[in-house]
Design a protein around this ligand. Structure first.
Ligand code: SF4
Length: 379
């Protein structure tokens, strides 16, 4: 990243801040989190400021198009209006109303009129709710800390307080023994009237509670076919309800697409702050120390919390062009050789040709990695 005229590094237009605190670990969760009953809010915000200093990042001198407070559970940490405003201005250096999309990830049980009012005043205009399911027993199995009713109530409160841009997360392909009614969950999500839905297929990581249950045989892994059948059902139902599938995991009503996430898929620079946060400056990716205590010790000691990085050279750029292109409904601007190579996918109905673009179909999304690898073998 080049220095600007003032001799400082500008902050990219898209900023992610990882807020790692949760009250307990969900059974499937592999994220970088710190379980805390009482969250050290002031220390954490000071540490974010310290990271900006250690990395030589000055306040931005242009508008920030998106700011995303992800986690962890940002809504859990008792971030009030002052805290959020401080976080935002720390990072952007500009007035909050000059920001574009400002998203907070939230768990339904943290939503109240007072909290939402405070967020709005601080500049938050989008909330991503970790709903996952509307079935109380399923939520309990997941170790989620909200009830089925709290999801609907949270949406009512958000809309009532003027936050119209709401996304809900749902997990699919749960083990058979859980007896989750996926159709009912999809119906309820569609009925909420929200503009955005993100779908995540369950993955089993060995060091999570679910990984341990699976290893000792008390939970059987989900068969591969269930991923496809449940995803295709979701695709059908969400389209019928007026959603557009605009990226592998994401559905939006027209105009409700996430500005922040779209930046990742377009391959534009973004800044990541906080433990485990990733960033990209246009030529190099970097990621921070994953462990909260380690990240904290580094930034408080005046050290860049960098854990790793990679230069995006010609080989990586060509892989990203294919992979990122195929992720979205805009598709990949493909060469003749790539269209030839994709002949088998087109015949199988996994992809379509739209002018000069190769676009995956719903069944193709499930095979994204294999299809991208197939095209990469050309280069
Ligand atoms: S709330 Fe989210 S980040 Fe926290 S433990 Fe559960 S899945 Fe992980």
């Amino acid at each position: 990243m080049a220095l600007d005229q003032a001799g400082q590094y500008p902050i990219p237009e898209h900023v992610y801040i990882h807020v790692p605190f949760c009250s307990r670990r969900c059974s499937y969760c592999d994220f970088s989190i710190a379980v805390r009953r009482v969250v050290p809010v002031a220390r954490y915000i000071d540490a974010i400021q310290a990271e900006l200093v250690t990395r030589g990042l000055a306040a931005a001198r242009g508008p920030i198009r998106s700011l995303y407070l992800g986690g962890g559970t940002p809504s859990k940490v008792g971030l009030g209006i002052g805290d959020i405003t401080k976080l935002i201005s720390t990072t952007s250096g500009i007035e909050v109303d000059a920001l574009g999309e400002v998203t907070v990830e939230a768990n339904p049980e943290d939503i109240s009129e007072d909290v939402v009012r405070a967020w709005r005043t601080a500049g938050v205009n989008r909330v991503s709710l970790g709903v996952q399911s509307f079935d109380g027993e399923v939520l309990e199995w997941m170790h989620r800390t909200h009830s089925a009713e709290q999801a609907s109530t949270a949406v009512e409160i958000l809309v009532g307080e003027g936050i119209g841009r709401i996304s809900v997360d749902l997990i699919f392909a749960l083990p058979e023994s859980i007896k989750r009614d996926w159709s009912r969950d999809l119906e309820m999500a569609a009925e909420l009237g929200v503009g955005h839905v993100s779908l995540y297929g369950l993955t089993v990581e060995s060091h999570t509670p679910l990984g341990r249950w699976t290893a000792r045989g008390s939970v059987l892994s989900t068969p591969e076919e269930r991923y496809e059948t449940e995803f295709l059902e979701a695709d059908r139902r969400l389209r019928e309800a007026g959603f557009v599938h605009y990226e592998v995991s994401n559905y939006a009503r027209p105009g409700e697409e996430a500005v922040h996430n779209s930046a990742y898929w377009r391959g534009v620079p973004y800044l990541g702050l906080g433990p485990s946060a990733h960033g990209f400056d246009g030529s190099r990716r970097r990621w921070n120390a994953r462990d909260y205590a380690r990240w904290l010790a580094l930034v408080e000691g005046g050290v860049d919390p960098l854990e790793g990085g990679e230069l995006i050279g010609p080989a990586e750029q060509s892989a990203e062009r294919i992979y990122l292109g195929l992720r979205t409904t805009e598709g990949l601007e493909a060469t003749d050789a790539e269209f030839d190579r994709a002949g088998r996918w087109l015949e199988a109905g996994w992809a379509e040709r739209k002018g000069s673009r190769l676009v995956l179909t719903a069944t193709g999304w499930m095979r994204l990695d294999a299809l991208a690898a197939d095209l990469l073998n050309l280069s």
